[in-house]
Design a protein around this ligand. Structure first.
Ligand SMILES: NC(=O)C1=CN([C@@H]2O[C@H](COP(=O)(O)OP(=O)(O)OC[C@H]3O[C@@H](n4cnc5c(N)ncnc54)[C@H](O)[C@@H]3O)[C@@H](O)[C@H]2O)C=CC1
Ligand SMILES: O=C(O)[C@@H]1CCC=N1
Length: 272
Protein backbone atom coordinates (compact mmCIF):
# COMPACT_ATOMS: atom_id res chain seq x y z
CA UNK A 1 0.00 0.00 0.00
CA UNK A 2 1.22 3.50 -0.67
CA UNK A 3 0.62 6.47 1.65
CA UNK A 4 -2.31 7.71 -0.45
CA UNK A 5 -4.28 4.48 -0.36
CA UNK A 6 -7.16 3.84 2.01
CA UNK A 7 -8.48 0.52 3.27
CA UNK A 8 -11.98 0.12 4.71
CA UNK A 9 -12.78 -2.90 6.84
CA UNK A 10 -16.52 -3.51 6.90
CA UNK A 11 -17.48 -5.58 9.93
CA UNK A 12 -14.67 -4.91 12.38
CA UNK A 13 -14.95 -7.86 14.75
CA UNK A 14 -12.29 -10.45 15.64
CA UNK A 15 -10.74 -10.89 12.21
CA UNK A 16 -11.22 -7.35 10.86
CA UNK A 17 -9.65 -5.68 13.90
CA UNK A 18 -6.75 -8.13 14.03
CA UNK A 19 -5.95 -7.37 10.40
CA UNK A 20 -6.11 -3.62 11.05
CA UNK A 21 -3.78 -3.93 14.04
CA UNK A 22 -1.32 -6.10 12.08
CA UNK A 23 -1.16 -3.63 9.19
CA UNK A 24 -0.41 -0.74 11.53
CA UNK A 25 2.01 -2.69 13.73
CA UNK A 26 4.07 -3.75 10.69
CA UNK A 27 4.05 -0.19 9.29
CA UNK A 28 2.13 -1.11 6.10
CA UNK A 29 -0.15 1.86 6.70
CA UNK A 30 -1.12 4.39 9.34
CA UNK A 31 -4.37 4.20 11.38
CA UNK A 32 -5.51 7.30 9.43
CA UNK A 33 -5.49 5.17 6.24
CA UNK A 34 -7.92 2.63 7.73
CA UNK A 35 -11.69 2.93 8.18
CA UNK A 36 -13.33 0.47 10.54
CA UNK A 37 -17.08 -0.06 10.50
CA UNK A 38 -19.26 -1.97 12.88
CA UNK A 39 -22.90 -1.78 13.91
CA UNK A 40 -22.00 -1.15 17.57
CA UNK A 41 -19.55 1.65 16.93
CA UNK A 42 -19.02 2.31 20.67
CA UNK A 43 -16.98 -0.93 20.73
CA UNK A 44 -14.43 0.80 18.47
CA UNK A 45 -13.85 3.86 20.70
CA UNK A 46 -10.23 2.94 21.52
CA UNK A 47 -9.46 2.67 17.81
CA UNK A 48 -10.86 6.15 17.14
CA UNK A 49 -8.49 7.46 19.82
CA UNK A 50 -5.57 5.84 17.96
CA UNK A 51 -6.47 7.67 14.74
CA UNK A 52 -8.47 5.03 12.84
CA UNK A 53 -11.62 6.29 11.09
CA UNK A 54 -14.41 4.62 13.00
CA UNK A 55 -18.05 4.60 11.96
CA UNK A 56 -21.23 2.63 11.41
CA UNK A 57 -21.56 4.22 7.98
CA UNK A 58 -20.49 1.61 5.41
CA UNK A 59 -21.35 3.80 2.44
CA UNK A 60 -19.00 6.56 3.54
CA UNK A 61 -16.25 4.05 4.31
CA UNK A 62 -16.62 2.49 0.85
CA UNK A 63 -16.55 5.85 -0.90
CA UNK A 64 -13.08 6.69 0.36
CA UNK A 65 -11.58 3.19 -0.03
CA UNK A 66 -9.16 1.75 -2.55
CA UNK A 67 -9.40 -1.62 -0.83
CA UNK A 68 -12.58 -2.86 0.84
CA UNK A 69 -12.34 -5.80 3.25
CA UNK A 70 -15.60 -7.67 3.81
CA UNK A 71 -15.40 -9.17 7.31
CA UNK A 72 -19.00 -9.77 8.41
CA UNK A 73 -20.53 -13.19 9.03
CA UNK A 74 -21.81 -15.10 5.96
CA UNK A 75 -25.42 -14.52 6.98
CA UNK A 76 -24.79 -10.75 7.25
CA UNK A 77 -23.18 -10.40 3.82
CA UNK A 78 -26.10 -9.90 1.43
CA UNK A 79 -27.53 -7.03 3.45
CA UNK A 80 -24.09 -5.39 3.53
CA UNK A 81 -23.61 -5.82 -0.24
CA UNK A 82 -27.03 -4.29 -0.94
CA UNK A 83 -26.11 -1.38 1.29
CA UNK A 84 -22.71 -0.60 -0.25
CA UNK A 85 -23.50 -1.25 -3.91
CA UNK A 86 -24.39 2.41 -4.69
CA UNK A 87 -20.95 3.58 -3.47
CA UNK A 88 -18.83 0.96 -5.20
CA UNK A 89 -16.47 1.93 -8.04
CA UNK A 90 -15.84 -1.49 -9.65
CA UNK A 91 -12.98 -0.43 -11.91
CA UNK A 92 -11.12 1.43 -9.17
CA UNK A 93 -11.62 -0.67 -6.06
CA UNK A 94 -10.63 -4.14 -4.89
CA UNK A 95 -12.86 -6.26 -2.67
CA UNK A 96 -11.12 -8.64 -0.27
CA UNK A 97 -13.47 -11.08 1.46
CA UNK A 98 -12.53 -13.10 4.53
CA UNK A 99 -16.03 -14.56 4.69
CA UNK A 100 -16.26 -18.34 4.89
CA UNK A 101 -18.24 -20.23 2.30
CA UNK A 102 -18.77 -17.31 -0.11
CA UNK A 103 -17.08 -17.47 -3.50
CA UNK A 104 -15.76 -14.51 -5.47
CA UNK A 105 -18.46 -15.24 -8.06
CA UNK A 106 -21.18 -15.27 -5.33
CA UNK A 107 -20.18 -11.73 -4.38
CA UNK A 108 -20.10 -10.42 -7.95
CA UNK A 109 -23.36 -12.18 -8.71
CA UNK A 110 -25.14 -10.62 -5.73
CA UNK A 111 -23.76 -7.18 -6.56
CA UNK A 112 -24.35 -7.67 -10.28
CA UNK A 113 -21.09 -5.76 -10.82
CA UNK A 114 -17.83 -6.80 -12.45
CA UNK A 115 -15.58 -5.98 -9.53
CA UNK A 116 -12.27 -7.64 -8.63
CA UNK A 117 -12.71 -9.98 -5.65
CA UNK A 118 -9.97 -11.78 -3.73
CA UNK A 119 -10.76 -14.17 -0.90
CA UNK A 120 -8.54 -14.50 2.14
CA UNK A 121 -9.02 -17.17 4.79
CA UNK A 122 -7.06 -16.35 7.95
CA UNK A 123 -7.36 -17.91 11.39
CA UNK A 124 -7.58 -16.39 14.87
CA UNK A 125 -3.80 -16.53 15.36
CA UNK A 126 -4.01 -13.41 13.20
CA UNK A 127 -4.40 -11.60 16.55
CA UNK A 128 -0.74 -12.35 17.40
CA UNK A 129 0.64 -12.23 13.85
CA UNK A 130 0.73 -16.02 13.41
CA UNK A 131 -2.17 -16.67 11.06
CA UNK A 132 -2.07 -19.29 8.32
CA UNK A 133 -3.90 -17.37 5.60
CA UNK A 134 -4.96 -18.87 2.26
CA UNK A 135 -5.83 -16.53 -0.58
CA UNK A 136 -7.65 -17.24 -3.83
CA UNK A 137 -9.34 -15.37 -6.62
CA UNK A 138 -11.04 -15.95 -9.94
CA UNK A 139 -10.53 -12.49 -11.42
CA UNK A 140 -7.96 -10.58 -9.35
CA UNK A 141 -4.91 -9.24 -11.18
CA UNK A 142 -1.45 -10.47 -10.21
CA UNK A 143 -0.73 -7.00 -8.85
CA UNK A 144 -3.73 -7.18 -6.53
CA UNK A 145 -3.01 -10.77 -5.53
CA UNK A 146 0.53 -9.77 -4.54
CA UNK A 147 -0.76 -6.74 -2.68
CA UNK A 148 -3.32 -8.87 -0.79
CA UNK A 149 -0.61 -11.38 0.03
CA UNK A 150 1.59 -8.61 1.39
CA UNK A 151 -1.27 -7.33 3.57
CA UNK A 152 -1.83 -10.77 5.13
CA UNK A 153 1.91 -11.46 5.35
CA UNK A 154 1.88 -8.79 8.08
CA UNK A 155 -0.23 -11.08 10.25
CA UNK A 156 1.32 -14.49 9.57
CA UNK A 157 2.11 -16.81 6.67
CA UNK A 158 0.15 -16.60 3.40
CA UNK A 159 -0.25 -19.01 0.51
CA UNK A 160 -2.24 -18.75 -2.70
CA UNK A 161 -4.51 -21.69 -3.54
CA UNK A 162 -7.17 -22.55 -6.11
CA UNK A 163 -10.52 -21.12 -5.15
CA UNK A 164 -12.15 -24.59 -5.22
CA UNK A 165 -9.98 -25.44 -2.21
CA UNK A 166 -11.10 -22.49 -0.09
CA UNK A 167 -13.67 -24.45 1.93
CA UNK A 168 -11.05 -27.10 2.58
CA UNK A 169 -8.64 -24.38 3.71
CA UNK A 170 -11.35 -23.06 6.02
CA UNK A 171 -11.66 -26.45 7.70
CA UNK A 172 -7.94 -27.22 7.90
CA UNK A 173 -6.65 -23.80 8.94
CA UNK A 174 -9.45 -21.52 10.20
CA UNK A 175 -11.40 -24.22 12.07
CA UNK A 176 -8.11 -26.09 12.56
CA UNK A 177 -6.99 -23.69 15.27
CA UNK A 178 -9.88 -24.97 17.41
CA UNK A 179 -8.97 -28.61 16.70
CA UNK A 180 -5.39 -28.11 17.84
CA UNK A 181 -6.51 -26.09 20.87
CA UNK A 182 -8.83 -28.92 21.90
CA UNK A 183 -5.95 -31.39 21.49
CA UNK A 184 -3.78 -29.26 23.77
CA UNK A 185 -6.60 -28.97 26.28
CA UNK A 186 -7.10 -32.75 26.24
CA UNK A 187 -3.36 -33.29 26.78
CA UNK A 188 -3.44 -30.91 29.73
CA UNK A 189 -6.39 -32.82 31.22
CA UNK A 190 -4.34 -35.99 30.92
CA UNK A 191 -1.46 -34.15 32.58
CA UNK A 192 -3.63 -33.13 35.51
CA UNK A 193 -4.80 -36.71 35.96
CA UNK A 194 -1.19 -37.85 36.25
CA UNK A 195 -0.18 -35.30 38.82
CA UNK A 196 0.22 -31.72 37.58
CA UNK A 197 -1.71 -28.66 38.66
CA UNK A 198 -4.04 -27.60 35.85
CA UNK A 199 -2.20 -24.36 35.00
CA UNK A 200 1.18 -26.15 34.89
CA UNK A 201 -0.28 -28.98 32.80
CA UNK A 202 -1.70 -26.51 30.28
CA UNK A 203 1.57 -24.61 29.95
CA UNK A 204 3.52 -27.86 29.56
CA UNK A 205 1.08 -29.19 26.94
CA UNK A 206 1.03 -25.91 24.98
CA UNK A 207 4.83 -25.58 24.89
CA UNK A 208 5.13 -29.22 23.85
CA UNK A 209 2.66 -28.64 21.01
CA UNK A 210 4.60 -25.54 19.95
CA UNK A 211 7.83 -27.57 19.93
CA UNK A 212 6.17 -30.26 17.79
CA UNK A 213 4.93 -27.69 15.26
CA UNK A 214 8.31 -25.95 15.15
CA UNK A 215 10.12 -29.25 14.55
CA UNK A 216 8.08 -29.66 11.37
CA UNK A 217 8.29 -26.03 10.27
CA UNK A 218 11.92 -25.37 11.08
CA UNK A 219 13.39 -28.74 10.06
CA UNK A 220 10.91 -29.29 7.19
CA UNK A 221 10.63 -32.88 8.35
CA UNK A 222 7.69 -35.29 8.30
CA UNK A 223 5.66 -35.95 11.50
CA UNK A 224 6.36 -39.70 11.38
CA UNK A 225 10.09 -39.04 11.07
CA UNK A 226 9.94 -36.97 14.27
CA UNK A 227 7.64 -39.52 15.95
CA UNK A 228 10.16 -42.27 15.20
CA UNK A 229 12.75 -40.32 17.18
CA UNK A 230 10.49 -40.30 20.27
CA UNK A 231 9.27 -43.89 20.23
CA UNK A 232 11.91 -45.98 21.98
CA UNK A 233 11.50 -49.75 21.40
CA UNK A 234 9.05 -51.24 23.89
CA UNK A 235 8.87 -47.73 25.33
CA UNK A 236 6.15 -45.61 26.85
CA UNK A 237 5.57 -43.29 23.83
CA UNK A 238 4.58 -46.03 21.41
CA UNK A 239 2.37 -47.55 24.11
CA UNK A 240 0.49 -44.25 24.56
CA UNK A 241 0.38 -43.48 20.85
CA UNK A 242 -0.98 -46.89 19.88
CA UNK A 243 -3.60 -46.69 22.62
CA UNK A 244 -4.75 -43.34 21.20
CA UNK A 245 -4.92 -44.79 17.70
CA UNK A 246 -6.92 -47.80 18.96
CA UNK A 247 -9.43 -45.17 20.14
CA UNK A 248 -9.50 -43.45 16.76
CA UNK A 249 -7.24 -40.42 17.33
CA UNK A 250 -6.20 -39.83 13.68
CA UNK A 251 -9.56 -40.98 12.41
CA UNK A 252 -11.43 -38.50 14.64
CA UNK A 253 -9.30 -35.59 13.36
CA UNK A 254 -9.73 -36.62 9.72
CA UNK A 255 -13.49 -37.10 10.06
CA UNK A 256 -13.87 -33.78 11.91
CA UNK A 257 -11.97 -31.90 9.22
CA UNK A 258 -14.11 -33.53 6.50
CA UNK A 259 -17.34 -32.52 8.24
CA UNK A 260 -16.10 -28.97 8.84
CA UNK A 261 -15.21 -28.62 5.16
CA UNK A 262 -18.67 -29.86 4.17
CA UNK A 263 -20.30 -27.38 6.55
CA UNK A 264 -18.03 -24.51 5.42
CA UNK A 265 -19.29 -25.01 1.88
CA UNK A 266 -22.89 -24.64 3.07
CA UNK A 267 -22.55 -21.57 5.32
CA UNK A 268 -23.70 -19.04 2.76
CA UNK A 269 -25.96 -21.13 0.53
CA UNK A 270 -28.21 -21.86 3.49
CA UNK A 271 -28.85 -18.15 4.10
CA UNK A 272 -28.71 -16.55 0.66
N1 LIG B 1 -13.44 -16.31 13.56
C1 LIG B 1 -12.64 -17.01 12.79
O1 LIG B 1 -11.83 -17.84 13.25
C2 LIG B 1 -12.64 -16.81 11.33
C3 LIG B 1 -13.65 -16.15 10.70
N2 LIG B 1 -13.65 -15.98 9.35
C4 LIG B 1 -14.73 -15.28 8.71
O2 LIG B 1 -14.53 -13.91 8.98
C5 LIG B 1 -15.77 -13.26 9.12
C6 LIG B 1 -15.76 -12.48 10.41
O3 LIG B 1 -15.57 -13.35 11.50
P1 LIG B 1 -15.34 -12.77 12.96
O4 LIG B 1 -14.45 -11.58 12.88
O5 LIG B 1 -14.95 -13.92 13.81
O6 LIG B 1 -16.83 -12.32 13.31
P2 LIG B 1 -17.30 -11.20 14.30
O7 LIG B 1 -18.73 -11.49 14.61
O8 LIG B 1 -16.32 -11.01 15.42
O9 LIG B 1 -17.22 -9.87 13.41
C7 LIG B 1 -18.18 -9.48 12.49
C8 LIG B 1 -18.48 -8.03 12.77
O10 LIG B 1 -19.30 -7.53 11.73
C9 LIG B 1 -20.16 -6.57 12.28
N3 LIG B 1 -21.24 -6.33 11.34
C10 LIG B 1 -22.29 -7.13 11.03
N4 LIG B 1 -23.06 -6.57 10.09
C11 LIG B 1 -22.47 -5.39 9.78
C12 LIG B 1 -22.76 -4.35 8.88
N5 LIG B 1 -23.85 -4.39 8.09
N6 LIG B 1 -21.95 -3.29 8.84
C13 LIG B 1 -20.85 -3.21 9.63
N7 LIG B 1 -20.52 -4.16 10.51
C14 LIG B 1 -21.31 -5.23 10.58
C15 LIG B 1 -20.59 -7.19 13.59
O11 LIG B 1 -21.08 -6.20 14.46
C16 LIG B 1 -19.26 -7.79 14.07
O12 LIG B 1 -18.56 -6.87 14.87
C17 LIG B 1 -16.83 -14.37 9.06
O13 LIG B 1 -17.44 -14.34 7.81
C18 LIG B 1 -16.08 -15.66 9.25
O14 LIG B 1 -16.63 -16.69 8.50
C19 LIG B 1 -12.63 -16.40 8.57
C20 LIG B 1 -11.59 -17.05 9.13
C21 LIG B 1 -11.51 -17.33 10.54
O1 LIG C 1 -16.79 -21.53 12.62
C1 LIG C 1 -16.91 -20.77 11.65
O2 LIG C 1 -17.92 -20.86 10.92
C2 LIG C 1 -15.87 -19.74 11.34
C3 LIG C 1 -15.30 -19.91 9.96
C4 LIG C 1 -13.92 -20.43 10.15
C5 LIG C 1 -13.66 -20.26 11.54
N1 LIG C 1 -14.72 -19.85 12.18
Amino acid sequence: MNAQQHISILGSGNIGLSLAKGLVKKGICKPQQISLTRRNVAALAQYAEQGYHVSDNNLRAVRKADIIVLAVLPQQLNKLLDEIKPSLKPDKQLLISVISGVSCADIRQHLDLNVQVIRAMPNTAIAIGHSMTCIATDNGTNKNINMTKSLFDTVGVTIQINEELMTSATALCACGIAFFLRSIRAASQGGTEIGFHAHDALKMAAQTAKGAADLLLQLASHPEQEIDKVTSPSGCTIAGLNEMEHHGFSSAMIKGIRLSAEKAGDLYKKDS
